[in-house]
Design a protein around this ligand. Sequence first.
Ligand code: GLY
Length: 372
Amino acid sequence: MMDQAYKEKILLRLTDKVEAMIGKIGDKSPHVAREDGVYDDMRHSWWTSGFWPGMLWLMYDVTGKETFKDAVWDWDAKLEQCFSEHPVALHHDVGFQFLPTAVIKHELTGDKEGLRIGLKAANYLAGRFNIEGSFIRAWNTENAVGWAIVDCLMNIPLLFWASRVTGDPRYKHIAVRHADTFLKHAIREDGSVCHILSFDPETGVFIEPIGGQGLSGDSAWSRGNAWALHGLSIACRCTGEDRYLQAAKRVAHYFVAALPEDHVPYWDFRADAIDGEPRDTSAGAIAASGLLELAELVPAVERRIYAGAAERILFSLSENYATWAKPEHEAILLEGTGNKPADQNINVSLIYGDYYFAEAFAKLNGWNHRIF
Ligand code: GLY
């Protein structure tokens, strides 16, 4: 288990690392870094564009250093331009993009533009709700009109926020209906989770689970399981509803039980021959930050179960998968897996892995604002 001195040491290392990243990353919108340690520059409409600015807001909030705020200030305006792209390139992942930019900017500084842009994103997300099927449509492709995906449990906090700041419960109603659909169809008895749910978009009738970025419809894609664990914990925090807490616990128990000896997940817990399969450090970081969230929601006697599991994952990530010994590397974590079935971004650094690793260490050091 980590002691307090270790937690503080890693937060200080992260502060220095993110400060150095500002110089290296510049105006890029980082998504993936490969062996050369250089982050790419992804289009702003891509779902990951909020994580680098989110890391800067996080570090600003933790340290109070203006360097971080100066580097991040314009990101909400840059991302807002994606709404004018034709055809609209944004989809349900506006939560991942605008919570760590416009929304946190408004929350930390009171900036009115952040409020306006955050609500624009929330209206867009609410507009993707399928009333008959009680789900938020995920992607824009023709074959995906009736698809909802587990990652969206991390986008609905945008709707909880919109209800809080406007006093209008409609956003929250949509978030709750979507989360309940996932409780019904995606979270299995054993706590494992599938990636995609397919519905008839006309009648709303559930058709089948689909593997998506996981191995198959009945496998357990580790990052999808991490999104569920973290997202359901947030749904409980935002609504106080026990059903989300119980579901988050179930997913957490499955996730922790399925971890290999070094506590860092492989890309799918049900991949056939786990030896030799790639890890996904991002799934570990997302789950660890979610486990810390869950630890805050349970009675004190249960807290160490979840906080302890989070700390074991984070210790292993920090000791075995971080770039501390490679100061030129632009990323923080190695060995992430983006999309194994599509053979894309395997054994790379992923900006969202870096973000949730930093978020988790901020939580371990008492940071109590929230971006998601
Ligand atoms: N939201 C897509 C992913 O986790 O890869």
